[in-house]
Design a protein around this ligand. Sequence first.
Ligand SMILES: [Zn+2]
Length: 307
Amino acid sequence: MRRATFFAVLIACVLAASGCGSSVTVRTVSARPATPASVAPFQTTSPALRLTPSPSATVANPSHTATTQSPPSVGQSPPSVGQPAPIVVAGHGPAGSITTTGSDAVALTFDDGPDPKNTMDLLDLLKEQGVKATFCVVGFRARDHPEVIARIAAEGHTLCNHSWQHLQNLSEREDSYLMWDLQSTNDAIHAAAPNAKIEYFRAPYGNFTRRLIDFASKLNMKPIYWSVDDDCWMSSRYGVGPAMTNHMTAVVKRDTRPGGIILSHDNGKPHTIATYRSLLPWLKSMFRLEALPTSQPPSRTHDPRER
Ligand SMILES: [Zn+2]
């Protein structure tokens, strides 16, 4: 019996040392430097998260290979075991990204724009309903449609950096490219909205790694993931008509909880706006909706209709 106990303890120690088990891996992500093995995307212990591929991932979730080859953080020595990593992030998303608003408010987030048609339509709807949201915009589109960025900021919504060109393997790129990518996106936003606070970063496809989070934090941006995916990208299965709207509505109603962050997409997806026309009144009746908070109020929060 003693020998059996010894081997049981030995095996347990080996497993613990190798970081086996998803729950162990996730828990250590926020406290250790990233390594290729420990930062596999979409690992989470949160039952609220649905492990689905992100919008453009039409093939069998290629994102799973996108971050596994990422190098460890550059220029940082690993902290001692048990000490917190030098980042104030401890969310439950990939690599410790944030999945809740931190309050009972629910945040609507719209990705991949700005889209000169759909984002404008969405802004009209949000204004009509008196709702503030968060827009995770792509750098080159912000450069191409500055008038949409300016309106997002002017109407009191929050802007979020969604990288320059939505590279699926962004985390694998070299340091110089990464910094150029994130900074250029912020520059394009600021060219259109000089006073906009850009305090959030969402990795393309949600492919966060600790290295990406490190770079975002250098620009004072928090990594924002989600707790609800509205499935707007599943048009190959549901089309873009009523079947899709019904599905998206059912998913959001099923999965949204207080404090949640809903992932939606406005760029190239008019069915998202169609869905929100009927969904938004329900969300308003059930939750307090807010734009993700920034350190200072957006440049203009006053609704002219309140005069
Ligand atoms: Zn995206």
